[in-house]
Structures are given as structure tokens and as C-alpha cells.
Design a protein around this ligand. Structure first.
Ligand code: FE
Ligand code: FE
Ligand code: ZN
Length: 297
């Protein structure tokens, strides 16, 4: 396998753990990725999973053997730590705690969380509840150093996190700032109304992010184009350059020196015209970096 031509670009995708946790790393390597995102359990079920000593060893050994040096975890989709239903919130807190514990065992530095949905109670109450629950979970996982990243959301239904102000408000209320941060998803912010498709709009959005959240708190970027227009608040991922965001925005991001050290992860569909889409999307992004004419100052 050829070594990556641009070690300055941390680029990867989300890979499946269905055949084993370490298999996701091996799969990422076949795509010449130097970073990847995984679930540490089946993301569609509440069923918990404790890792065996063997799984942990195999995972960490595989990480050592490959060129992968940044692994990110994404939490189960069922978790909602923002809602008023006590039983659901308790289940969610428990599940999130287990997610954090597994990341500790696997030495995963970042775990991405959808902040949650307030279920009609209003954003203010939801924001407060998210922060309270995070503080509670952090207090019960004190020896863990995995950073919890709140993902920007499209704002579907009553979901919180579709404005930078909402994410900043949650972070403000989290006591341990060393364990909290943000993951920016291009599809989600565009759906939420941040138009990054033009140079002006992109610069404006990054400036807003820096003013409100601070780029110091940005640790992961999800690179997805979208099937839906700006401000529609609908979350539908599309192949890079094929959607409403368009290729220019990805050129701006890949070549933005402010975002150089941040791992960038694809969450695009796995097939394109019955072809392997990760190969196509990754290649497209790598080639964008090679061309310097669109470099952002
Ligand atoms: Fe997500
Ligand atoms: Fe995402
Ligand atoms: Zn999404």
C-alpha cells in the first residue's frame, strides 16, 4: 500500500464493526485513511456491550500496526439526554456512561454525541438538562479522559444543537471544560441554515463558530454533502459534491489552515451507482487538497 501523500490531511470515514472492532481499523487502512469513526456497539439498540479483554487487546494492537492515529467513536442513536421523560433520560445516561467507559478501554480520544431533543419542553430546559446530565456522567467516570463532542444538528423536530449559541450554552454549563467539545457536521449546519456553499458564507460561518464556540473547541469535522436545501432542517447525507452544498465548500474546508489538524470523517452513503463510494469520495477530497488555487488564507 502506498503511504499517504499528504500526512497533513487527517481524512477518514465511518466504518462498520459488524465483523469485529479491530476489523474497522483494517478496513480504514485499505482505504488509505489515517483516521476513522466507529460505533463501539450496535447503534440501533439499547442492548449494552461490555468489551472482552481479548477484543480490547486486538483493537489496540491493530491500531499500533496500522497507520491509523486518530480514532473517533460515535454514540448510539437512541441516546437522548435532553428530554423530560425520566426513564428514558436515565437509560440514556446509563448508555452514555457505558459508551464513555468503552472509549476509555479502547483509548479513543473523542466520542461524538447528538445533544438530544427537548420533546416539546423548549430549548432552554433541554440545554439545562443536557449539561446537568453530562456533569453527572462525568462525575461517575472521573478516571476517563475521552472528550465528549456535541455534534451540530440539522434541527429536525425538537433537536437541540442547530445553532452555535445552543452548543455554547451547553458547554458553558458543563463544569469540566477539558472533557467537552464540538463536532461540526457540514450537512447538519447547512440544513440548519449556515450556508457554507459560497466563500463569503463559509468565511462568515467559520467566524461565527469561532466567536460563539471558539475553534479551540472544535475537535472533529463530519464531511457530508446533503440532499436537502439550506435551512430545511432535514438531515439527508449525500456524496461529496453531488448535493446542495457542492464541492466548493469542501475545498474551503480541506484547505483551511485553521482546520488543518482536525480529523475529517465521511458519513456519506456507502454505494454510488453500485460502486464503492468511500473510494470515490475520499479520492475527491484528497485531490482537492492537491490543487492549491482555491486555498483559503
Ligand atoms: Fe452524528
Ligand atoms: Fe455527523
Ligand atoms: Zn446526519
Amino acid at each position: 500500500m502506498k503511504p499517504a501523500k499528504q500526512p497533513s490531511l487527517l481524512l477518514g470515514a465511518h466504518f462498520s464493526i459488524a465483523k469485529g472492532l479491530h476489523k474497522a481499523i483494517l478496513e480504514a487502512e485499505t482505504y488509505k485513511c489515517n483516521t476513522l469513526q466507529i460505533f463501539t456497539k450496535n447503534a440501533q439498540t439499547w442492548k449494552e456491550k461490555s468489551l472482552t479483554e481479548k477484543e480490547i487487546k486486538k483493537f489496540n494492537a491493530t491500531k499500533e500496526q496500522t497507520g491509523i492515529f486518530q480514532i473517533i467513536s460515535h454514540t448510539s442513536y437512541l441516546i437522548n439526554i435532553a428530554g423530560p421523560d425520566k426513564k428514558k433520560a436515565d437509560m440514556s445516561c446509563d448508555a452514555l456512561k457505558q459508551e464513555i467507559i468503552r472509549c476509555g478501554q479502547l483509548d479513543i480520544p473523542y466520542i461524538v454525541l447528538h445533544p438530544g431533543a427537548h420533546m416539546g419542553e423548549g430549548a432552554a430546559k433541554g440545554i439545562k438538562r443536557i449539561a446537568d446530565n453530562i456533569n453527572f456522567i462525568f462525575e461517575s467516570t472521573t478516571r476517563n479522559s475521552t472528550r465528549l463532542l456535541l455534534e451540530t444538528t440539522a434541527g429536525q423536530g425538537t433537536s437541540i444543537g442547530h445553532t452555535f449559541e445552543q452548543l455554547a450554552a451547553i458547554m458553558d454549563n458543563v463544569s469540566d471544560k477539558t472533557r467537552i467539545g464540538v463536532c461540526l457536521d457540514t450537512c447538519h449546519i447547512f440544513a440548519a441554515g449556515y450556508d457554507i456553499s459560497t466563500k463569503t458564507g463559509y468565511e462568515h460561518t467559520i467566524r461565527d463558530f469561532d466567536d460563539i464556540i471558539s475553534l479551540k473547541n472544535l475537535f472533529v469535522i463530519h464531511l457530508n454533502d446533503t440532499k436537502k436545501g439550506c435551512g430545511t432542517r432535514v438531515d439527508r447525507h449525500e456524496h461529496i459534491g453531488d448535493g446542495f452544498i457542492g464541492l466548493d465548500a469542501f475545498k474551503f474546508i480541506i484547505n483551511d489552515s485553521r482546520l488543518k489538524d482536525i480529523p475529517k470523517i465521511l458519513e456519506t452513503p456507502k454505494l454510488k451507482n453500485e460502486q464503492d463510494a468511500d473510494t470515490i469520495n475520499l479520492e475527491l477530497l484528497r485531490n482537492i487538497q492537491l490543487s492549491s488555487e482555491c486555498r483559503v488564507a
